[in-house]
Design a binder for this molecule. Structure first.
Ligand code: FNR
Length: 359
């Protein structure tokens, strides 16, 4: 348990001090069609959106980052106060450490204490779900009185971590069982390598309520684990370091993932992974997402405090509002139908298969 919680602090430190982004989301290949005659009032644009039965004031979702070490409680408190103030959805980081060691639960519970009205999502790894089943899932939800539970998939990270879990056997069955057993919505998320159309089809079939793409092009665990390995400096890590380097741009770029997951979809999609502006959120929504998630862009502001965090969120909302205005979209459902030009690599990748192929 000690290992899990010190790893949390390593990650926050590395992520806020170093460039840990790799690859491309391919959002540069998405061009929203400019509407020269918007016929709506930019200041009256409605950013609100319905997600899993709740009305959120904007599609910006604060993606899972932290908790599980007493020092992380303040970051979660600041993020939660922003979620409460702006009526946003927010995810906590993996609750594994606190499920193993209940005295660490405070660093998660502070999110619900600070954000009594926000849409709060719990977080558990698929591997932990296989090991501990519905019992841990229910404890994770109770710990923060969550509105939904995110199950994260992070097998690239597991493959290159010295302490990583190498068995992914039984994850889909465990998700299927969880969806049968519980009343709260289950969301499955990737953590930076994206979800393909085939995986999305298996997840929808298993009964998940929503999918978060966690696509490639933003935060890279290959990069983060490479930096941790360098810091350890152990010779035995050389092979893992080289493996991490070779996988720096492995994954489904976020724009491709949103297109593929929304194309198979029966439920809402959260576009996450390398979204760096309100314009990126608008592009994600135009490709079929309902929400746009951000993790890394909110970490440094959250480490600074509430004021910096509000400033960052205001900027994102201003950009999103402008993109909606300039596409003539008075609300989010209009933006979902905004036309796009798709160019370059994105066009090549999504042009390779028919959109609705299910397998
Ligand atoms: C994460 N992410 C993450 N995801 C998860 O499901 N459980 C977790 O505990 C964490 N922890 C975590 C810590 C830090 C410091 C970062 C930056 C990220 C992944 C996160 O939710 C998101 O999917 C990816 O980071 C991609 O989004 P960005 O960072 O490119 O906006």
């Amino acid at each position: 348990e000690k290992l899990t919680s010190s790893r949390k602090m390593d990650h926050l430190r590395i992520c806020s001090q170093t460039d840990i982004e790799t690859g491309s989301t391919l959002f540069d290949d998405v061009h929203l069609v400019h509407c020269a005659l918007p016929e709506c009032d930019m200041d009256a644009i409605d950013l609100s959106v319905e997600f899993l039965g709740k009305r959120l004031a904007s599609p910006l979702f604060i993606a899972a980052m932290t908790g599980g070490h007493p020092d992380t409680a303040e970051v979660n408190r600041v993020l939660a106060s922003a979620a409460e103030h702006y009526k946003l959805g927010i995810g906590v980081g993996s609750q594994r450490a606190a499920l193993e060691k209940p005295e660490l639960a405070d660093s998660f519970a502070i999110v619900r204490e600070t954000a009594p009205h926000a849409f709060v999502c719990g977080n558990l790894g698929a591997v932990q779900l296989v090991e501990h089943g519905t019992e841990w899932a229910e404890r994770a939800v109770e710990m923060i009185d969550a509105d939904a539970l995110c199950i994260h998939l992070n097998f690239l990270q597991e493959a290159i971590q010295p302490e990583g879990d190498h068995s992914a056997v039984g994850c889909l069955d465990a998700v299927r069982q969880l969806c049968k057993d519980v009343k709260f919505p289950v969301i499955v998320k990737e953590t930076g390598n994206g979800i393909s159309r085939e995986v999305a089809a298996r997840l929808w079939d298993a009964g998940v309520s929503a999918i978060d793409t966690g696509g490639m092009g933003g935060t890279s665990w290959a990069k983060i684990e490479g930096i941790r390995a360098n810091e350890r400096g152990a010779a035995g890590d050389k092979a893992l370091r080289e493996l991490g380097d070779s996988l720096l741009t492995w994954g489904v770029p976020t724009a491709v993932s949103v297109f593929e997951v929304a194309g198979t979809g029966t439920g809402p999609v959260i576009a996450t992974g390398g979204l760096r502006s309100g314009l990126d959120i608008a592009k994600g929504i135009a490709l079929g997402a309902t929400l746009g998630g951000m993790a890394l862009p909110l970490l440094s502001p959250a480490l600074c405090g509430e004021e910096e965090t509000c400033r960052a969120i205001d900027a994102v909302h201003y950009q999103l509002r402008a993109a909606m205005f300039l596409t003539g979209s008075p609300n989010v459902s209009a933006l979902q139908h905004a036309r796009t030009y798709i160019t370059g690599t994105l066009r090549e990748m999504i042009g390779q298969q028919p959109n609705m192929r299910m397998s």
